[in-house]
Design a protein around this ligand. Structure first.
Ligand code: PLP
Length: 382
């Protein structure tokens, strides 16, 4: 029995290796100022989502230490039993205020937020319409709901309308899901148009703003358009990127948040976050709210890079260089590493076949001279 299992695993791994899709974990110690240590060598990382460099901020570390000493390193239980440290409420109210919603709920991670929220609201008689490039955990949540899942071509409003016209009346409830900033493309969803469409078809809308919050629209995120908040009914995000800590959240109306707390399995049946993480998240949100200069830096860096490479003006701090083949991606990745740079070498199944890419993410910590060097190496190798 166990031999056949081992044989199965080995065969699968061989197939992945042959198609250059085998993933390997490397030891990476993230240091301050976008430096990363791998096998005792230091690299400048353009492969982190710590957009504001807050994961190393002394005030966050101090808050984390203080509350860890006071409350311990672990929550000890799920939130509904005894793991609901009082700091949670402060964090949730702050998130709700910053997202202009009535309430918020914090999950153990962004992944857990998505796989819990969607099935908490949708069931087998319902329809979920989702952008084809939405993050894997949004798809996982959609499939876990047992509802009908229909994908639409990336950012294609016309197709959403066709799907709604054809299908909406056949289902009880309908949820339209997209991302504020697409994690592998770096582009934005047309949120205003999609929201109008959703409202016209009695459809709810959920936006994952993992890569928008703290970075775009002066740090206020994707739903802050023309100096106003779009009233998107379900706004999801993560604390693990610009906020620099760990955890996920959903902001919505009070009843929706209460329902999620009662129904989301990945909220109910999992241990709460360590108190130090909650405390440092609160401190981080204070900084994001107040430091107007800091929240503009990742966009300034990505704009500078795109100018150097004659690319179109970016809409986020993520810039993909699509090379197509896995071989080209791995080769450029190696050349960049030889020159002291770490980028994301992104291959299927994370992205569609034939679109393998180098993904550069820009942060407040990046220095202009490093961005210039990175762009020179890329320019001379593509
Ligand atoms: C768009 C998007 N949603 C959700 C997640 C999951 O968030 P977390 O890392 O907090 O689990 C990610 C992280 O990779 C993401 O990019």
């Amino acid at each position: 029995m166990s031999n056949s299992l081992k044989k199965y695993a080995n065969e699968k791994l061989l197939l992945l290796e042959e198609s250059m899709l085998l993933r390997k974990l490397i030891h990476t110690n993230r240091l301050n100022n976008s430096k990363i240590e791998i096998k005792k060598n230091n690299f400048i990382s353009f492969a982190c989502n710590d957009y504001l460099g807050l994961s190393h901020h002394p005030e966050l570390i101090e808050e984390n230490n203080k509350m860890t000493i006071k409350y311990g390193v672990g929550a000890g239980s799920s939130r509904l039993v005894s793991g609901n440290n009082s700091l949670y409420r402060k964090l949730e109210l702050k998130l709700a205020k910053m997202k202009n919603t009535e309430d918020a709920v914090v999950f153990g991670s962004g992944y857990l937020a998505n796989i819990g929220t969607i099935p908490a609201l949708m069931g087998q008689d319902d329809l979920i319409i989702i952008d084809e490039l939405a993050h894997s955990c949004l798809f996982s949540g959609a499939y876990l709901s047992k509802g009908k899942v229909l994908k639409f071509n990336h950012n294609n409003i016309k197709e959403v309308k066709i799907i709604l016209n054809k299908n909406r009346l056949n289902y009880k409830k309908c949820l339209l899901i997209t991302e504020g900033v697409f994690s592998m493309e770096g582009d934005n969803a047309p949120l205003q148009e999609l929201l109008e469409l959703a409202n016209n078809f009695d459809t709810w809308m959920m936006v994952d703003d993992a890569h928008g919050f703290g970075v775009i629209n002066k740090g206020k995120g994707s739903s802050f358009i023309s100096n106003k908040f779009l009233p998107i009914p379900i706004q999801m995000g993560t604390l693990s990127k610009a906020v620099g800590t760990y955890g996920g959240y959903v902001c919505s109306s009070k009843p929706v948040i209460n329902l999620i707390k009662n129904k989301a399995r990945s909220f109910i049946y999992t241990t709460g976050l360590p108190p130090g993480v909650i405390a440092s998240s609160i401190k981080s949100l204070d900084i994001i709210e107040k430091d107007t200069e800091l929240v503009q830096k990742p966009m300034q860096a990505s704009e500078y890079f795109s100018k150097l490479l004659n690319l179109k003006k970016p809409n986020s701090a993520i810039i993909p260089i699509i090379l197509g083949s896995e071989k080209k991606v791995l080769k450029l990745n190696e050349q960049l590493m030889e020159n002291g740079f770490l980028v994301g070498a992104i291959r299927p199944p994370t992205i569609p076949v034939g679109t393998s890419r180098i993904r550069c993410s820009f942060t407040a910590d990046h220095k202009m001279k490093d961005i210039e060097k990175l762009s020179e190496i890329i320019k001379s190798n593509i």
